[in-house]
Design a protein. Structure first.
Length: 372
């Protein structure tokens, strides 16, 4: 896969093609891949790293000021790949469960880090659930392999970085004063995501409409609406107030909605897409649910083939996991990749947002750089 992508990336003349028929020349033409040693060991290390939120995060079902996180490094022949597991409470994972899971892994059995399918199938088989823990390995492995190949993943997948979408800025549930302050912060963004599901739903939207009258809004209820009539009524009202879709209005139930409905909490792994076709209009993919990029990439392909809307989202995460997800963004309909902006202690720099649009950089791997 990587070999083909890199070979295809360089323009070649007919003479050049004839020349590379010799083994020696071929090695010269694709230096990165053929220089990969197959005798090294994959070394895993990790440590807990609590993410400090810049504002308290209020959702329909809980509020918090920190997010537990575990930072992961996979090293092969002196090259380091970085990953992370972020554990918002509703996923049911914790620093303890992630640490216990990672301690069970024997990755040194794999001599060739490019056997992604073998490595990640093994990781997935070690225990049930533990999706964020599995994602941390997947993300670090992708960072490592991209660095060995010398290319960022969006290029390896063949995606055009010009086609990245705008990303939304999230406004949590809060008092009118705090909502106003957050809308002010959201000025550079071209899409607002409003969290809903408590009493002040309409007041929040009214403030956004007043302060940013031309900006479209996506609404995320996090399963907060527990009354079907109210949900339907709100969908009609929202349609008249610049809203373009509603994410997870309530608990895994479907209504005959006037706005597109995107599944988030209800949607976890690849086979869910087949069940959700005809039930939800689209899916919100997050690496901490999908067990990482390898499965997320398959999800994007399958959902698009089924003509479903694709959104790429994140948890509160450092720029490591957020940038990993951004590599898929050129082929999604909506992006909600602001998790790194919500924390005060990011360890990495990676993708940036320019004029509201996701901007990918040329660094190999995920495209991240350790800050200290
Ligand atoms: Mg959501």
């Amino acid at each position: 896969m990587g070999l083909t992508a890199i070979a295809a990336a360089s323009p070649v003349s007919i003479e050049a093609v004839e020349k590379v028929t010799s083994k020696k020349r071929r090695r010269h033409a694709v230096p990165h891949v053929n220089q990969v040693p197959k005798t090294g060991k994959l070394k895993l290390s990790f440590f807990p790293y609590e993410l400090k939120l810049r504002h308290a995060f209020n959702l329909a079902r809980y509020s918090r000021t920190t997010t537990p996180d575990v930072q992961v490094t996979l090293e092969y022949e002196g090259i380091k790949g970085y990953g992370e597991a972020s554990m918002p409470p509703y996923l049911g994972e914790s620093v303890e469960s992630v640490t216990a899971f990672l301690n069970k892994l024997d990755l040194e059995q794999f001599k060739d880090p490019f056997c992604i399918e073998d490595i990640l199938s093994y990781v997935d088989s070690v225990d049930e659930n533990n999706r964020a823990a599995k994602a941390s390995i997947d993300i670090a492995l992708h960072d490592l392999l991209g660095k060995i190949m010398g290319q960022p993943w969006y290029k390896i997948w063949g995606y055009n970085p010009e086609k990245t979408p705008v990303t939304s800025f999230t406004i949590g549930i809060d008092t009118p004063e705090v909502v106003r302050q957050k809308v002010e912060e959201a000025r550079p963004y071209k899409l607002i995501k409003a969290k809903m599901g408590l009493d002040q739903d309409q007041a929040t939207i009214n403030i956004i409409n007043e302060m940013m009258p031309d900006v479209p809004i996506c609404v995320d209820c996090n399963q907060g609406w527990n009354n079907k009539e109210y949900a339907l009524e709100m969908c009609h009202w929202l349609k008249e107030h610049n809203c373009i879709f509603v994410e997870q209005p309530f608990d895994k139930t479907w209504i005959d909605e006037p706005l597109p409905i995107i599944a988030d909490e209800a949607f976890q792994r690849l086979p869910d897409i087949v069940r959700f076709k005809g039930v939800y209009d689209g899916i919100n993919i997050k690496l901490m649910k999908s067990t990482g990029l390898y499965e997320a990439h398959k999800m994007v392909t399958l959902a698009r083939a089924l003509d479903m809307k694709v959104m790429i989202g994140c948890m509160t995460e450092t720029s490591c996991a957020v940038t990993a997800a951004a590599n898929l963004s050129p082929v999604v309909d909506y992006a909600d990749l602001d998790g790194n902006l919500l924390i005060a202690n990011d360890r990495f720099t990676g993708m940036t947002v320019e004029n509201g649009k996701i901007t990918l950089h040329d660094r190999p791997g995920l495209g991240i750089k350790l800050l200290k």
